[in-house]
Design a protein around this ligand. Structure first.
Ligand code: FAD
Ligand code: SF4
Ligand code: SF4
Length: 1019
């Protein structure tokens, strides 16, 4: 068979066919055509170690677009690679082809049959979205992969994915009832039960049956008899080999030939999925083991009780979870002493009584196995959910290892029969040790598929070690009659092992299937048939010889500039990693492309992607762009080129990724670094100058506010502002005012520095520009509340009364030196107070939390750490003091509904629980946190004309609809820009928490801010 293009086309330049292809796609379809180097680079990787530049990327709007694109690609002789979320771990979605991304537009439910419990979906629909859609009908699609928030049904079918509960429900192949797909020649066929096939489909079925019949003995002899076998094509549809039959009645379904085919046989247009009733209840038994081996030994007995999941958490994971203050109580509730491993054994279904019986049986079984009293029973849903979260988080912490050595997925899903699990894990652990590495084991003990990733450095000796370990692991798999590829598919990493697994005759039969369905090798070439060697380093993302362009960063990234020891996982000292970009490149390389940032559920990450659904506007897309740029793959300019600017344009700096990304990619800080580098190269625009100088302008304008506020009043000035400065004419800017906090300060009985140091209850109030000059009421309210609770309040200022600034507006404009100077002044004034243990309390999240974040990366030494250690949000301080019994002013009761919107930085730093706790101090209050991502305003972002529409779309994702649904609720929002967005979006005035508390004081001691006019946000 002749490949049209080699899968290992040289990295970089597009082939000559690309231009004609791009032109025709743009002309003949409604889809998006992305052929520039950066776009192709963003689609050159998945969650594997590989990188192959695609010919181009096509994002179809309709199924018709796909059909046309397939025709065009065929006539231009360019292969096609179907892609969903791109979360494959083995390189399935990397290739020198036209990548067709179905995840943006092709994600609808096409048909639903409640009676038959089936649903027809487009391939780009994400599993979680489908299950949310099905929930009201009491149904779900039960192949619950860990990537359920990102994985598309098309991709899941492509990989024959499997979830934690596969012991109860099987893999994709057991749950797909039909597939409608285009063959490479353009024909759209319907693959389904044998009985209902059309003529063309029947011909294929007969052909495959012929091959299977001819290989009957080989299949019987060589096909692994475990459920978790996903390698090759499912030639066994006619001769079932899996411990679980593919269909309930044993009938043949031709769609199952395409499941696990990794897009090499056909391009899926739609899938018919078999659904299951949602389990009404679940119980969990956590079995504690004193040795890892006994956990492995016990699994074979536990599965006989009929659990829906048996998941392993080993000692390392337990310790990682324990080290996290948030998770410690959860994991400790599941532990008895200090176990070497635990198994999470879940029973689920409709009958709660039956589940309790099963739980009792588990307790008895463990006693029979010599482990009496080893089970922690968890009958309630809350603790169960929390524990599942901990299991996931443990993996995430493991993945966040800094340095060039990374846990590499290549044998992480070998499946062995349960009777051999203990011997297999023992032997593989020994293999790792001999190769100077070790593995942390976790996941699906129920089906003998334990995940484990040895740490390898692919830039150095990783490839050789990978091959050596793979070969030894394969020998073990063979010895124990298991499956080498048991969950994540073949891709580039395991393709070469298909023949090893099945032998040459079956391999020839698989090749014959490929030739019959895709004779010109147009569909995802190089996967399953004619794969490259797994250790072909020319296909690696970090190949030996990978280099970065030297660069002097403005921020301190030295914490990433380290190397690690594969055996102990300890890292070297900051700055010792040999990174010629000071650690920035290694920080960027922390992104392992797992795609977790493609999620849409609650949490902050990533608001821009949620609006556009473009890989370009995703944390992963940004990290890939930066990686390509820093390593010279986008030209000689590492950071200040247009491709990088474009990828960061819609990043609102919300820090959602810093918190939610499993490996802690901090794109907000990376954007500040890039902005600073761009400023050094290109200088500042007038708008940047004005925004950076806002603190000084606000102070000046407070003397004569009227002329400064004219812009808001006169439409002509608004329009001119849009043309000259790029500030949206549709937005009112915050109004300048004369009655600032600072003018009111003399009447507030504020403490002097000396009084503060002598006070019994001292506190420093850090009054930022926004609450000091624009929304004075908030700073006054905070003062009032703190004084009412008996605190001596010192308004942060320098020795000579200078105003202090966090430097946020300067950082955002790339003026790092100026921001540093500001920070130095702030530290000189506040470090001595912080060193005395006095809290520095702030009101504006983006300002106060700069003290705990960016200020630590400016190379300002110990003072920065001292101040950061005492810097608290108002809600954190009040919650802490209330818990200690030091904050107890009398508060009036309320019956009003209270909704809280957390500023992104509050969410990133986990301060929103404190906001709720503080509001609950008001008798009768039961505040609710609105599940939101960024409000879309994000500092100056939403004020900019070119971002205004996207900004409102971000707000419309969840915040504004939630507020409209509760028209009488009191809305609490601590962010200045969030309040402004709420005012613009639903014409409601949201209040800072400090004002809410002040409004409920029974006995206000200082001038009441509510006597003052409302904050002049949008005149
Ligand atoms: C952290 C992590 C955890 C994971 N956990 C699991 C797990 O629990 N269980 C599991 O099974 N896997 C797991 N995976 C692997 C991966 O997430 C799953 O295989 C997932 O189902 C892939 O979905 P996707 O949309 O990202 O597919 P993609 O990676 O985009 O594609 C997968 C394959 O399907 C093909 N394909 C996509 N769309 C089509 C189409 N329309 N027509 C034909 N072929 C198509 C592609 O060409 C490719 O070969 C995990 C991965 C990561 C990174
Ligand atoms: S940015 Fe983080 S969450 Fe997104 S793909 Fe990279 S590692 Fe995963
Ligand atoms: S900072 Fe926010 S917008 Fe930017 S990449 Fe991270 S999550 Fe996305």
């Amino acid at each position: 068979m002749s490949a049209v293009l080699s899968p290992a086309l040289p990295q970089g330049a597009p082939p000559p066919e690309a231009a004609a292809l791009a032109q025709r796609l743009a002309r003949e379809t409604q889809g998006e055509t992305l052929f520039d180097t950066a776009s192709r680079g963003r689609y050159a990787t998945d969650a594997s170690i590989y990188q192959i530049m695609p010919v181009g990327v096509f994002v179809p709007r309709t199924a018709q677009d796909v059909a046309i694109a397939l025709d065009i690609a065929r006539s231009e002789r360019v292969p096609v690679l179907a892609r969903g979320g791109g979360t494959s771990q083995c390189g399935q979605t990397t290739g020198a082809a036209l990548v067709i991304d179905t995840s943006k537009h092709l994600r609808s439910v096409l048909a639903f049959d409640r009676e038959a419990m089936t649903v027809d979906v487009e391939p780009g629909m994400v599993l979680d979205h489908l299950n949310a859609w099905l929930k009201p009908h009491g149904l779900w699609f039960p192949v619950d992969v860990s990537t359920s928030a990102q994985a598309t049904l098309g991709g899941m079918a492509g990989n024959n994915s499997c979830g934690s509960r596969s012991i109860a429900y099987g893999n994709m192949v057991h749950n797909v009832a039909g597939i409608e797909a285009w063959l490479a020649d353009g024909r759209l066929l319907r693959f389904g039960p044998l009985a209902g096939l059309g003529a063309a489909e029947r011909e294929i079925a007969d052909f495959v049956r012929g091959l299977a019949d001819a290989q009957r003995d080989e299949i019987e002899a060589r096909w692994p008899k475990v459920m978790r076998r996903v390698a090759g094509y499912n030639l066994d549809i006619f001769q079932p080999q899996s411990e679980r039959p593919y269909t309930a009645d044993g009938a043949v379904n031709l769609a199952h030939l395409l499941v696990g085919a990794e897009g090499t046989l056909a391009f899926t247009r739609s899938l018919k999925l078999q659904l299951q009733p949602l389990p009404q209840a679940k119980v969990l038994g956590v079995v504690n083991f004193e040795s890892f081996r006994s956990a492995m030994d016990s699994a074979q007995h536990i599965v006989k009780l009929g659990p829906s999941a048996v998941e392993l958490v080993d000692r390392t994971m337990i310790e990682l979870s324990r080290a996290n203050p948030l998770f410690r109580p959860v994991i400790e509730a599941a532990l008895l002493g200090a176990p070497e491993a635990i198994l999470l054994v879940e029973f689920s279904g409709a009958d709660r009584t039956a589940q309790r019986v099963q739980l009792r049986q588990l307790v008895e079984l463990m006693a029979d196995l010599g482990l009496p009293g080893s089970v922690v029973e968890m009958p309630d849903e809350g603790p169960q959910k929390a524990l599942w979260e901990v299991r996931k988080a443990g993996l995430n912490i493991m993945m966040s290892l800094k340095g060039d050595g990374k846990p590499v997925s290549f044998i992480e899903d070998c499946a062995v029969p349960l009777v051999h699990l203990a011997e297999y894990t023992d032997a593989l652990t020994e293999v790792f040790r001999r190769h100077g590495s070790r593995g942390t084991w976790y996941a699906h003990a129920s089906v003998g598929t334990l995940h484990v990733r040895p740490i390898l450095d692919m830039r150095r000796d990783g490839a050789a070690k990978m091959r050596a370990i793979a070969e030894e692991a394969a020998a073990l798999v063979r010895k124990y009659k298991g499956a080498y590829s048991g969950e994540h598919g073949d891709g580039l990493c395991r393709g070469e092992w298909i023949e090893w697994q099945f032998g040459p005759k079956i391999n020839d039969a698989l090749r014959a299937i490929k030739t019959r369905l895709d004779p010109a090798n147009l569909l995802n070439p190089g996967k399953i048939i004619d794969p490259p060697k797994m250790d072909d380093s020319s296909l690696f993302r970090f190949a030996p010889g990978y280099r970065t362009i030297p660069l002097k960063p403005v921020f301190d990234w030295s914490a990433w500039n380290v190397q690690n020891d594969a055996l102990t996982e300890t890292t070297s000292a900051p700055g010792s990693g040999g990174d010629n970009t000071g650690g920035l490149a290694k920080a960027v390389e922390m992104c392992n492309n797992n795609g977790h940032c493609r999620k849409f559920d609650a949490g902050t990450m990533c608001p821009s992607y949620r609006v556009t659904r473009d890989e370009l506007h995703l944390t992963r897309g940004r990290a890939n762009t930066l990686r390509l740029a820093l390593s010279g793959q986008l030209g000689a300019d590492p950071l200040t080129g247009d491709a990088v600017a474009e990828s960061l344009d819609l990043c609102v700096g919300c820090k959602g990724c810093k918190r939610d990304c499993p490996t802690g990619v901090d794109m907000a800080k990376m954007k500040l670094e890039v902005t600073a580098q761009r400023r050094l190269r290109h200088g500042l625009t007038l708008k940047d100058r004005l925004l950076a100088g806002l603190p000084q302008i606000a102070a000046l304008a407070s003397h004569w506010p009227a002329p400064f506020n004219l812009r808001n009043r006169l439409p002509l000035l608004r329009r001119l502002g849009e043309r000259w400065l790029g500030l949206s004419a549709q937005r009112a800017l915050p109004s300048f005012r004369r009655d600032t906090f600072w003018r009111a300060a003399p009447s507030l009985k504020l403490a002097s520095r000396e009084q503060l140091l002598a006070a019994a209850k001292p506190v420093v109030l850090f009054v930022d520009t926004f609450n000091g000059h624009f929304e004075t009421e908030n700073a006054l309210a905070a003062t009032q509340v703190l004084q009412a609770a008996g605190y001596s309040v010192f308004a942060a200022q320098g020795e000579q009364g200078q105003r202090l600034c966090c430097g946020r507006t300067q950082l955002a404009a790339g003026l790092t030196d100026e921001a540093k100077a500001n920070a130095r002044q702030l530290l000189d004034a506040l470090a001595p107070l912080a060193a005395r243990g006095i809290a520095i309390v702030g009101l504006e999240p983006s300002c106060l939390l700069t003290l705990r974040d960016e200020m630590l990366s400016l190379g300002l030494g110990e003072d920065a750490a001292t101040v950061a250690g005492q810097a608290l949000m108002f809600e954190e301080f009040v919650a802490r003091e209330a818990a200690a019994g030091r904050f107890a002013p009398a508060l009036r009761a309320t019956q009003q509904q209270i909704l809280v919107h957390g500023h992104c930085h509050q969410k990133a730093f986990g301060t929103t629980p404190a906001s709720l706790a503080v509001l609950r101090l008001i008798p009768g209050a039961s505040p609710t946190l609105i599940e939101t991502s960024c409000c879309g305003m994000a500092g100056s972002f939403g004020y900019e004309a070119r971002h205004q529409a996207v900004s409102m779309q971000m707000a419309e994702l969840s915040l504004l609809p939630a507020l409209r649904a509760a028209p009488d609720a009191l809305v609490v929002a601590d962010g200045t820009s969030c309040r402004h967005q709420i005012a613009d979006g639903v014409q409601r005035q949201a209040l800072h928490l400090a004002r809410v508390l002040a409004d409920h004081l029974v006995d206000p001691l200082v001038n009441n801010p509510t006597d003052r006019p409302a904050a002049p946000l949008a005149p």
